[in-house]
Ligand binder design. Structure first.
Ligand code: PLP
Length: 461
């Protein structure tokens, strides 16, 4: 592609993106594609001769876009909605253009130093202590994986790094998290050799928060059995109900037993940039590591997870391994990200967050989060005003859990019906053995009119 052609196609594609964002609500929000249907419309092998970008664009419109579930749709209220904001999209474009790999400091000083800087900015916005150093991962799952790998490395009698779990002669390692914790904690236990049995699921209270007395009892019991507790994962904003574990009390337990405290605030943590919600992170100042996802609620396109840790020495012990071809003669003061992570290659993700933070400013982002919380309270009040429905959990953030009092079958029919309408998309969970509809607001394009319209569709049972 010549520079002239690139310019021409670049303008066409930017127009395409602008048009798509403007009209994303014209598509059915939830894809109606059948499994295999998209592939059926595409050739089974790559073209031998290059094709025109015109043809690519046509297939994008004709096959790909109709087969999407539109996360940009303002009435996407399922899971945790996200926003690919315009400045974030531009940041992604520049990242692709620069195409640097920040594995070592010298393979892209700007990428590495900007990452450090925006992680510091975000840390201060969240009110976390300044001895937390930040690093960007793709997802919260990977952030939690690294946190627990570092926690495992902290055990003095264990040299898993060299000998593996089997060879190190250590007792069964145990991690504790609430039964409401995200499945990524369990997956990390699986991947780190602790096994699913290495994760102890602590019961939650009536409001879906970890029962800290039960945590203490579980740890004591494990110690009596000769097991080796290593870490507790507390959650700020659990996936099902967005409940907030009592992090300060959990931190006390961790301190007493010298356990690593990791806080998973993948969704909820972002809200702490708003001064009146800052207290959701009470106790996190005592954590060893913390994760929140700007790609969830800070208008940054997928993917960008902000991981903070005050024990980078342990990450280094867990992951540093330098083959000759990656050796550098740089000063001790430079940091090579590859020394702290499982992966070698590293995208220039900080650029899009930098664009977002500079475009909106802290105040702009605060306004959006405040509005989403207001809209969630509005939706909850609509649910409460209709005797056929009930709320199933408090609403500390922008997610509402509700159901039809008539029962699971009726609630399932409701969810199926509203999602089949193509006009809104909601998801579900299970709370106390009851099917629960989940309505979450996190897309900056969702306005009050969309929330009110969604309620009309839901209430038309
Ligand atoms: N932790 C919590 C509390 C979540 O809600 C989620 C996803 O919704 C995750 C972790 C996993 O996030 P990711 O997709 O970034 O791995």
């Amino acid at each position: 592609m010549t520079p002239g052609e690139f310019r021409q196609w670049g303008y066409r594609f930017v127009d395409w993106v602008a048009n798509y964002l403007e009209h994303s609500r014209d598509f059915p929000v939830l894809s109606t594609a059948k499994p295999g249907e998209i592939r059926e419309h595409l050739p089974s092998a790559a073209p031998l001769a290059g094709e025109s970008m015109e043809q690519v664009l046509q297939d994008l419109d004709r096959i790909i876009v109709p087969g999407l579930t539109h996360w940009n749709h303002p009435s996407f209220f399922a899971y945790f909605p996200i926003t690919g904001s315009e400045p974030g999209i531009l940041g992604e474009m520049v990242t692709a253009a620069l195409n640097v790999n920040g594995m070592l400091w010298k393979t892209s000083p700007s990428a590495n130093e900007l990452e450090d800087l925006v992680m510091d900015w975000l840390r201060d916005m969240l009110g976390l202590p300044r001895d937390f150093k930040g690093m960007i991962f793709d997802t919260a799952s990977m952030s939690t994986f690294h946190a627990l790998a570092a926690a495992r490395e902290c055990i003095p009698e264990c040299n898993v790094r060299d000998e593996g779990i089997a060879g190190s002669g250590i007792p069964r390692l145990r991690v504790y998290a609430s039964e409401q914790a995200h499945s990524s904690v369990e997956k990390s236990a699986m991947a780190l050799g602790l096994g699913r049995q290495g994760l102890v699921k602590i019961p939650a209270d009536q409001e879906f928060r970890m029962d800290v007395d039960a945590l203490e009892i579980a740890i004591e019991k494990d110690l009596r059995r000769g097991y080796r507790p290593i870490a507790v994962v507390g959650t700020v904003g659990t996936t099902s109900t967005t409940s907030i574990d009592p992090i300060a009390r959990i931190a006390d337990v961790c301190r007493k037993h010298a356990l690593w405290l990791h806080v998973d605030a993948a969704y909820g943590g972002c809200a702490a940039i708003v001064p009146e919600y800052r207290s959701i992170l009470d106790g996190c100042e005592m954590a060893d590591s913390f994760v929140t996802n700007p790609h969830k609620w800070l208008l940054t396109p997928m993917d960008l997870s902000a991981f903070y840790c005050r024990r980078f020495d342990m990450l280094k012990r867990a992951f540093s391994l330098t083959p000759e071809y990656l050796r550098t003669t740089d000063k001790e003061s430079t940091t090579n990200p590859m020394d702290y992570t499982l992966q070698l290659g590293r995208r220039f993700r900080s650029l899009k967050l930098w664009f977002v933070l500079r475009h909106y400013g802290v105040a702009g982002l605060q306004t959006i989060i405040r509005e989403h919380v207001r809209l969630a309270k509005l939706f909850a009040s609509l649910v409460e005003s209709d005797a056929r429905f009930e709320l199933l959990a408090p609403v500390p953030f922008s997610t509402v859990c509700f159901r039809l009092r008539a029962g699971d079958a009726e609630t399932q029919r409701l969810i199926d019906r509203v999602n089949a309408s193509g006009r809104i998309f909601i998801s579900h969970t299970n709370l106390n053995e009851r099917l629960t509809a989940r309505f979450s607001i996190g897309n900056a394009r969702s306005r009050e009119e969309h929330v009110r319209e969604a309620w009309q569709i839901i209430a038309a049972v």
